[in-house]
Design a binder for this molecule. Structure first.
Ligand code: ATP
Ligand code: MG
Length: 140
């Protein structure tokens, strides 16, 4: 089994899509190993997306991620990182395949409903960024 870090972003929270997105995740066979809501501070959002700090969209991205509390989850499945990226669809919802979370729940390339780790290294870093061992609610 592999773990990945998933986030339901403020656009999806505002549109009351959280339940539908979690249902899709469960129907796709992922196990929720840990979950919580968190209201990111600007500093936390900047830390989480530090790799993008020099990009032109960075300020918008940080402002967006702090609009509402977000939902963060550790998901477990065989090949979880790649499979969850597939379930999410392309970064730009307009380019995301039909049946993907971003195609069905996202608005724009910034307001794109969900996040998923893009590699083993980022999954490890992102899980540690949000969760301590004692917050795990299910064996992975
Ligand atoms: P995430 O890391 O959130 O899962 P991703 O890996 O598909 O998304 P990244 O390239 O890591 O995409 O970009 C991080 C986030 O920054 C995107 O999810 C999106 O919210 C925003 N973003 C990325 N590219 C752009 C862009 N060209 N214009 C505006 N916002 C962007
Ligand atoms: Mg990314």
């Amino acid at each position: 089994m592999q773990e990945t870090l998933a986030i339901i972003k403020p656009d999806a929270v505002k549109k009351k899509s959280v339940g539908k997105i979690i249902d899709r995740i469960l129907q796709a066979g992922f196990i929720v190993v840990a979950a919580k809501t968190i209201n990111l501070t600007q500093a936390q959002a900047e830390g989480f997306y530090a790799v993008h700090r020099d990009k032109p969209f960075f300020a918008n991205l940080i402002r967006f991620m702090c609009e509402t509390p977000i939902w963060v989850m550790i998901l477990s499945k065989e090949n979880a990182i790649e499979e969850y990226r597939e379930l999410m669809g392309s970064t730009d919802p307009q380019e995301a395949a039909s049946g993907t979370l971003r195609r069905d729940f996202a608005e724009t390339i910034t307001r794109n409903a969900v996040h998923g780790s893009d590699s083993r290294d980022s999954a490890y870093r992102e899980i540690a960024f949000f969760f301590s061992e004692s917050e795990r609610i299910a064996a992975s």
